[in-house]
Design a protein around this ligand. Structure first.
Ligand SMILES: [Zn+2]
Length: 399
């Protein structure tokens, strides 16, 4: 059988019995007992409700679990709940099913003080099954369970107590349908022969959730950082690290401390006085009052730092001479995605192509981003390298 042949779609899962009133667990002992009885299950489903509008760290408001026949809502504000939950989350044997879990995983790891192991993300599974890229839970429930979910509580206050019945029912909905979605998608991926891809994607998701960003690396994420070089780049590195530490210490979003644009200008101009600070874009008098002295100190230190502290230039995006080959690569991704009935983003994203082009433009040699080296290598990575070699030598050799 041709391995690219797509089997007929299995029957969509049957709709779950809803209206089941979820249990709110407020006693760590009770949760610990439940957790030990669940560790024999084939899998559990998890979702969280959290808020992160005015803080650096997300504030966890509720943890929802679907385990066997139980729908359980855990109040994470009760002391000791994190310890009761930890054995479940860290268990290597028991799969934890989540939808679009990257943020939940980070928040749960932070909450429990240990990474979540053995994760199955239904958003990734849906993408690999060809149902669509980055599908929202509600869309997937509508498509596979023929149920329209109420989205009314998305922005409600998850830190208030008591939570309303509406909030609890909404929160429960977020895990009630996960078991059948999981069963459906998992068997679908088995039919398609894509279970290995799924395992690799989920492992990657877990790895990414456990990366704690070094403040010294924060400058890489400031927009247009690559335009700065030499001492200005060092200055940006120091300023971005300062902003990261300040945001953490004050538990405020980065942009509340200082905007990217201000950081970039400070690094470029390296001001030496408060008067000069007032000419920096998007810096308020309040920010100058609060942080002015610190900023001038950071800049002065960067100005006096040893030459060897200056970081290497960052990779510059590829220029216009690469636009032809860029089009060819994207067309190749589109064609392969169509043949496999997958969203193109699942094969290679724009940033993956940009990485290839920029690496070549900066170093003269060709390389693939990590994302295209695993299961994607035989599926698309290798073909992109070929395509690049062919078209770059034909069309762009004069550059
Ligand atoms: Zn939710």
């Amino acid at each position: 059988m041709n391995e690219l042949h797509l089997p007929t779609v299995s029957a969509a899962p049957q709709r779950n019995k809803i209206g089941q009133r979820p249990d709110l667990v407020e006693q760590p002992d009770q949760l610990a007992d439940m957790v030990s009885s669940w560790r024999e299950l084939d899998f559990v489903c998890i979702d969280t409700e959290f808020m992160r509008s005015d803080t650096y760290f997300a504030e966890l408001g509720l943890v929802q679990l679907s385990a066997g026949q139980n729908i359980v809502l855990v109040d994470p504000l009760v002391p000791g709940m994190n310890e009761a939950l930890r054995p479940l989350l860290c268990d290597f044997e028991l799969p934890k099913v989540l939808h679009a879990g990257s943020e939940d995983l980070q928040i749960l790891a932070q909450y429990c003080g240990a990474p979540v192991n053995n994760v199955y993300d239904t958003q990734l599974a849906a993408a690999l099954a060809g149902l669509g890229f980055s599908l929202a839970y509600g869309k997937l429930v509508a498509q596979l369970c023929q149920v329209e979910l109420d989205k009314g509580q998305t922005r409600s206050d998850w830190k208030q107590r008591p939570l309303t019945d509406k909030q609890l029912q909404y929160a429960a909905d977020d895990v009630i349908y996960l078991p059948e979605i999981y069963h459906y998608l998992d068997s679908r991926l088995t039919e398609l022969g894509r279970s290995d891809w799924m395992r690799a994607e989920c492992r990657n998701l877990v790895d990414n959730a456990s990366i704690t960003a070094e403040p010294e690396q924060a400058f890489n994420r400031v927009s247009r950082a690559w335009q700065l070089k030499g001492r200005s780049l060092l200055c940006l590195q120091r300023l971005a690290a300062w902003r990261e530490r300040t945001a953490i210490a004050r538990n405020r979003p980065r942009s509340w401390i200082l905007k990217d644009k201000s950081l970039w200008q400070l690094a470029e101009r390296m001001p030496a006085s408060e008067d000069e600070l007032s000419t920096i874009d998007e810096m308020s008098p309040g920010q100058i009052r609060r942080y002015g002295k610190d900023l001038l100190d950071v800049v002065a230190e960067a100005v006096q730092a040893a030459q060897q502290d200056i970081p290497d230039r960052l990779t510059e995006p590829a220029g216009k001479s690469y636009s032809q080959v860029s089009k060819k690569l994207r067309a190749r991704v589109q064609a392969t995605a169509k043949r496999l009935e997958l969203a193109p983003e699942m094969l290679a994203r724009k940033k993956d192509i940009d990485f290839m082009l920029a690496t070549h433009a900066n170093t003269g040699s060709l390389d693939l981003p990590v994302a295209l080296k695993g299961w994607r290598y035989p599926v698309i990575g290798e073909a992109l390298l070929d395509e690049f070699a062919r078209h770059h030598s034909n069309n762009d050799s004069e550059n």
